[in-house]
Design a protein around this ligand. Sequence first.
Ligand code: 4FV
Length: 247
Amino acid sequence: MFALFWDHGIIRKAIENEKIVASTLNIRDFAEDRHQVTDDRPYGGGSGMVMKPEPLAAAIRAAEQEAPSAHKVLLTPQGRVFNQKIAQELASCEDLVLVCGRYEGVDERITSELIDDEISIGDYVLTGGELAAMVIIDSVTRQLPGTLGGADAAEKDSFADDLLEHAHYTRPQVFEGEAVPDILLSGHHEEIENWRLESALMRTLMKRADLLQKKDLSEKEIKILEKWSQNIKDIINSHHKKSKADT
Ligand code: 4FV
């Protein structure tokens, strides 16, 4: 699964430009028995299989050989739920070892003895941790300076300042009868920045008001929200006036 992942897009360029050095260790290669078994039945009975501690511990220790100061993460639904802030945190780590489970999960002694951090990419169950590891590698790699086109591209990310991104437009100027907002064609950079801030605030208010609840709003953002709330109050007041007039 990773062979293809390493060989595409931003990730491949980051490897070519040595922004990241990436490798995979196959846990089965660390199983010493003839059939290289990496899973077994759960103690206490029940369905499914559990990943055996021995091959997994050997694989993690081999990874530590390559990266002694690595931050060791187990991908699991038990983990703290991944977000942009954790992506920025992991991007400041020297090295990362991402442990991808399969079956019902890994023997608990691996987590207690060898894992620094448990991370989940969301409250749903996958067949393996690999896709979760790829999500983390992708979002962390693009945080690294110079991996994205524009120098400041990552700073302008969604969630970078707890706001969803503003609306984006490109050519053609009119698509199926819908035109690009004139302000974006005006060349007035400050006005364009104001429009983009209002667009980001409105989209966040409409789609993820929870983000605004926990955000430290700037003076400028407060002013915009106050303007909107005043507009809404005016609409409600004029409505009440009208309905009174009608009665
Ligand atoms: C998962 C998640 C996840 C659990 C059992 C793999 C599966 C199987 N990992 N975020 N959600 N893992 O569902 O990270 O071994």
